[in-house]
Design a protein around this ligand. Structure first.
Ligand code: ATP
Length: 353
């Protein structure tokens, strides 16, 4: 039984569809991430779950109850905002108590729950402080404690880590995920950060232009992207445009003849990933494709380097080469050979990004 269900939910502003026909079931204890570029409708979707925005069509069901028209305080959703939205004149404890007071809990219960929530986020020693006396990371934890204190049916996180520096963000990711697991909290998080989504989610919902493009686990999205947009947004996708001449034969606009995996004849886009390509000084044997090219650019990224190779006047690929000590990466201007098995490429209809 789903803890949270969105049933054909849409939100229109005049003629503009901010969210279009989103259907999603989130299971009890599941951590689902809404991932997509800016403006794709993820925040609007989250706010419809929280009750800050009413859908123009469709229904929201939370813990076996239809909550579509209910205001936020009448549904049991705990939300953490990107800006934290703490009350500056209230202490940490008073901020955490806020949602409980709105729900008219008894004073003694409020005290117990506030202490409990602050302990969970390890801030019990700062209960009397004001928000401005806290670091960004601590403020973020107060916002989380405030959401947890209501013992929510669903925890909603709107880009909760975007105001933290890179190192802290990595730590807080793990902290939130551990806490979520320990409490068995059903959680929906919004982010545009692919790495954050991949490291935290049980399941991802990839959105673009108001619509869901694909729902799945990390491996599904990476290995079997539903369309060109997902292939480009999850992991790194490179695209060669051209046409399938016959099943298994692809010709790029730049004239390269490539082996591909099946495909119906006609215009198509071949998606490749830098980490699936191989590179060497001589033609690569045992691969369906091996093409000569010239190294045009190299970016050194520590564990690996990206080698940009020109294969034809209009075809360029990036090959990811692991840096294992030695000086394996070729040099700019060198002639190299790039290869991959036909199954490493995926064909998509042109357009669709
Ligand atoms: P971001 O990551 O930038 O926050 P998002 O994916 O969360 O983006 P939303 O905030 O959900 O995007 O907005 C989706 C679209 O709806 C955007 O194009 C936005 O401009 C539009 N939109 C949001 N609120 C309104 C409104 N009140 N009136 C008109 N259009 C709106």
């Amino acid at each position: 039984m789903a803890r949270l269900r969105l049933d054909h939910v849409s939100k229109r502003y005049g003629d503009f569809h901010a969210v279009r026909d989103v259907t999603l079931d989130v299971a009890d204890g599941e951590f689902v991430v809404l991932l997509g570029p800016s403006g794709c409708g993820k925040t609007t979707t989250l706010r419809m779950i929280a009750g800050f925005i009413t859908p123009t069509a469709g229904g929201v069901h939370l813990a076996d109850r239809e909550v579509t028209g209910l205001p936020p305080w009448k549904r049991n959703a705990g939300m953490v905002f990107q800006s934290y939205a703490l009350f500056p004149h209230l202490s940490v404890a008073q901020n955490v108590a806020f949602g409980l007071e709105m729900r008219r809990l008894a004073k003694a219960d409020i005290t117990t729950r506030v202490a409990e929530a602050l302990k969970l986020v390890r801030l019990d020693h700062l209960a009397g402080r004001l928000p401005r006396q806290l670091s960004g990371g601590q403020q973020q934890r107060v916002a989380l404690a405030r959401a947890l204190a209501i013992r929510p049916d669903v925890l909603l996180l709107d880009e909760p880590l975007s105001n933290l520096d890179a190192k802290l963000r990595q730590e807080v990711r793990v902290e939130i995920r551990e806490l979520q697991r320990q409490l068995g909290l059903t959680t929906v998080m919004v982010t545009h950060d692919q790495e954050e989504a991949l490291t935290m989610a049980d399941r991802l919902v990839v959105m673009n232009e108001g619509s869901v493009r694909q729902i799945g686990g990390q491996r599904d999205l990476y290995e079997r992207p539903a369309d060109r947009f997902v292939a480009g947004f999850v992991g790194r996708g490179m695209f060669l445009t051209g046409r399938v001449e016959a099943p298994g034969r692809f010709r790029t606009e730049g004239g390269l003849a490539l082996a591909c995996d099946g495909g119906a004849s006609g215009p198509a886009v071949l998606a490749l990933r830098p980490e699936r390509l191989e590179i060497g000084p001589a033609p690569l044997s045992g691969l369906d494709n091996s093409l000569p090219g010239t190294v045009e650019f190299i970016s050194y990224l520590g564990a690996a380097s990206d080698v940009h190779v020109r294969l034809s006047p209009s075809d360029r690929v990036i090959v990811q080469v692991a840096n294992r000590g030695g000086d394996a990466a070729p040099e700019i201007g060198a002639t190299v050979h790039v290869g991959w098995p036909a199954t490493a490429g995926r064909l998509f209809a042109p357009g669709g990004d």
